[in-house]
Design a protein around this ligand. Structure first.
Ligand SMILES: Cc1cc2nc3c(=O)[nH]c(=O)nc-3n(C[C@H](O)[C@H](O)[C@H](O)COP(=O)(O)OP(=O)(O)OC[C@H]3O[C@@H](n4cnc5c(N)ncnc54)[C@H](O)[C@@H]3O)c2cc1C
Length: 362
């Protein structure tokens, strides 16, 4: 199916099927809305386009997924962060997972499940290769001991893409798993973000048994798998987020008609820069190119544009962030996380300097 044909058909379908949110806010409501949107789009086939058939899709160009995300965000049908999680985890799971693991992808597409990403630990964030959660083989299972932190949506998730150490120190000793979150031995303790939501959590793993067939890739291939997930987390999942940010810029123009051209111009230029960059990335992915270190540029541009937009809102709507009760305050606070999640701004700049510009060690 061609992009223009897909977009025209999708728009007509969305005009006929009212999927606007009916919830009254809050994370539970937003997750329920996301499930509702995904289920409807899956049943109508839109959500399956661009995904391989063996993972529950209908095949076709990968770029159709970005077009779908764009149309969903332009109508504000789902939270952009929640919507994009599938683009972060599912492509790598399909690439490396056993048939047993890949069989779960349709549950994500159809909005039946939520997944989380168990990478960061109290002693391993930027230095992810230092992670110390251990997995030890015991018969036909791996037994996991350790702790994860900042695991987004862990308390809602049915499954977790988990990194654990199966070998010696460093990145070569790491393996990846698809772990069921209702396995005995998992304790999830939600953490409140500064924008007031229990969005991420500490996850304690105490003798958790994960079947051997749920290892992703081979033993010791976990770093390679993480390096496949991170470029998606730092680039290809942004297309819909950028559309969402444009809807916020439109809202700002409507609510602050007296905002200066300089204020609005800066926010617009930053958004336009990341959209242009992201368009290139979407097309590269569509051509089947492997994404890598260059996606750190997308991540820096996205974080810069998002923070500039909300800084502009704060300036143009005095008091709305400090004293307001509108969503500007919550969104402003969340925008501060854009330079942290998926790898901090400093780490992205290190990657750009070292790997892309060959400027040597930091
Ligand atoms: C909203 C949100 C959601 C998240 N969701 C998840 C999730 O679902 N799963 C998950 O696994 N993790 C998640 N994270 C965690 C995120 O990946 C980490 O916070 C991030 O990688 C940074 O690690 P850290 O917090 O341990 O900070 P640290 O690595 O301790 O860094 C602290 C500071 O030191 C700087 N720094 C560290 N090393 C260097 C260096 N070499 N050069 C220059 N500066 C350096 C950093 O830039 C940062 O400013 C989430 C974080 C946020 C904010």
């Amino acid at each position: 199916m061609r992009v223009d044909e897909f977009r025209t058909g999708l728009r007509a379908w969305l005009d006929e099927h009212d999927l606007r949110p009916v919830h009254d806010g809050g994370l539970d409501g937003e997750l329920a809305q996301l499930s509702r949107v995904r289920r409807a789009l899956f049943e109508a086939g839109w959500m399956r386009r661009g995904w391989p058939e063996h993972a529950g899709g209908l095949g076709g160009p990968v770029i159709l997924r970005a077009v779908l995300g764009e149309e969903v965000m332009a109508r504000n049908l789902a939270d952009p962060g929640l919507y994009t999680l599938i683009e972060v985890l599912a492509p790598t799971l399909i690439r490396y997972g056993s048939p047993d693991a890949v069989a779960f992808v349709p549950t994500l597409l159809a909005g039946e499940e939520t997944w989380c990403q168990g990478f960061s630990e109290p002693g391993a964030g930027s230095d992810l290769a230092a992670l110390s959660t251990r997995a030890v083989r015991d018969g036909d299972a791996w037994v996991i001991e350790g702790q994860k932190v900042w695991t987004s949506l862990a308390q809602f998730a049915e499954r977790c893409v988990l990194l654990a150490r199966t070998g010696g120190p460093g990145h070569r000793g790491i393996s990846a798993f698809l772990m069921d979150m209702d396995s005995p031995g998992i304790t999830v303790r939600p953490i409140k973000t500064m924008h007031g939501r229990d969005e991420f959590a500490e996850v304690f793993l105490d003798g958790v048994r994960v079947p051997a067939a749920r290892m992703l890739g081979a033993e010791g291939q976990g770093w390679e798998i993480a390096m496949s997930i991170l470029p998606d987390e730092r680039s290809s999942c942004f297309w819909q987020r950028i559309t969402y940010l444009y809807t916020r810029l439109d809202r700002l123009l409507a609510e602050a008609p007296a905002a200066s051209e300089r204020q609005i111009g800066e926010a617009y230029l930053d958004l336009h820069a990341v959209r242009s960059r992201s368009r290139l990335t979407q097309h590269r992915r569509d051509r089947g190119e492997t994404l890598g270190a260059e996606t750190s540029i997308d991540k820096v541009l996205l974080a810069t544009a998002e923070q500039c937009l909300y800084d502009t809102a704060r300036e143009a709507l005095p008091g709305v962030v400090e004293y307001g009760s509108s969503s500007w305050q919550e969104e402003y606070l969340y925008s501060r996380a854009a330079t942290i999640y998926g790898g901090t701004a400093e780490i992205q700049r290190n990657i750009i300097a070292k790997r892309l510009l060959s400027l040597g060690d930091e």
